[in-house]
Design a protein around this ligand. Sequence first.
Ligand code: ATP
Ligand code: MG
Length: 473
Amino acid sequence: MVNRIWPRFVDFTRSLRFRLTLWNTIVVLVTVIVALLAVREGLRYYLLIETDAVLDDEVKEIVLMVEKFHPEREQVIAALKRKDVAHLDVGWHIRWLDEDGETAIWSSTLAPDKPLSKLPFSTKERNVYSSERHREIEREIENPKVPNYKIRVGTLMKFIDEDVDRLTRILAPVGLLILLLAPLGGLLLAKQAIEPLQRLIKTTERLRPSHLDERLELRGVGDELDQLAGKINTFLDQIADHLRKNREFVANAAHDLRSPLAAIQSSVEVTLEKSRSVPEYEELLYQITDEVHHLGQLVNQLLQLAETEATEADIPVEPVALAEIVTKTIEMFEPVAEESGLRLLFEPAKEIVVLGQSRQLRQVLTNLVDNAIKFTEKGGTVTIGLDFDSKRENGLLTVSDTGIGIPPDAVDRVFDRFYQVEKSRQRFGAKRGNGLGLSICQSIVQSIGGTIAVASQLGKGTTFSVSLPLSSG
Ligand SMILES: Nc1ncnc2c1ncn2[C@@H]1O[C@H](COP(=O)(O)OP(=O)(O)OP(=O)(O)O)[C@@H](O)[C@H]1O
Ligand SMILES: [Mg+2]
């Protein structure tokens, strides 16, 4: 039994509900205790002020009497005695002190034996004295017959203490009640706060990688939990989208790998069907080599895509001089351009150094120039441009051609993996592609914090612009 209850209790103590209850109880208790103490001390202070004022009135009355009527010493004492008797039942006492303030000329029977200490807020006209048991107010008498003598009227502190204790006795049960109710209130409050969270947890439990169309319910109140649910839903949308693209990618990759394999297989089968002449064998072997080459290229592209995506987060970058990369690429493509009857132009005007990886940036430029040559008719021009962007924050690499262009409805899709506008569009004789070149460009450029864009006019030409962060900026 204990074995089962204890772990559940430990779990409960770890829960948000428990912590909220505990915190609420502690806060309520501390507040209540501080409030009760404040009320108690406030009352004591108020009673002291009141007592001082009443005692002071009495002192002033005596002082006024002596200063106004100039009575003899015996007359003063007689008057004091009368007053003393009148105030005996309220515990007051009166003292008539010498000008040194210590020797008593006359004092009531209730007057304290021990000296009282003077309080700091005494003034020149009115002194306040206090001890644990007594409180006194003192004023000076200015009378030619009794010069600079002092009158003190005092009372017992126990009256104030009794009042304060009475209040404490009234407030104590209230405090005790709050003490008992605080955890209950805390539990209720925690339940209110946790409920929507628990609903959120329940829905989250239903989510499966294979079942990502489930979304968290928004309560429409716009609080933090709604915001959290909204954020999780957006994240789920992104994951679902990512998974969908990945599935498509795998399906496309499998399909594209199968086509050359099927071609190779049928070529081999045809070759083996009967014995053939050497030129026939040569012809079939060329076909097979062509397919193997295409297959190799496709596998390389797939590997490259996987590599850039895997290292996207922490790719090491270095300063790369773009002009150098362009020059090398042009050297590589010049023979192909010449063979295709195209002009390849580049005017290195500016020294632009960007942050990236030399090998990968070369790959980007190679893919773009390869496309430009592939999709431009004989006699056309391919121009490579290099400049700063308008804000001089990035380096801008452009590849423009005067080729067949891209239809407006396809422009947005050219960066999708395996997307080709039409397989048959490319210039006669160019090697066939896989529709992966631009997606590789995009993932490389994005991995180093750049952007790639395309602008095209059907039948007139296309420009690809790659913006890359400058090394100095
Ligand atoms: N300069 C261009 N002019 C016209 N169309 C283009 C141009 N560049 C790309 N395209 C279109 O975009 C599609 C995708 O280009 P991408 O480079 O990704 O693939 P690909 O060149 O067909 O094959 P791969 O690059 O994998 O060998 C091309 O098939 C083509 O239809
Ligand atoms: Mg390409």
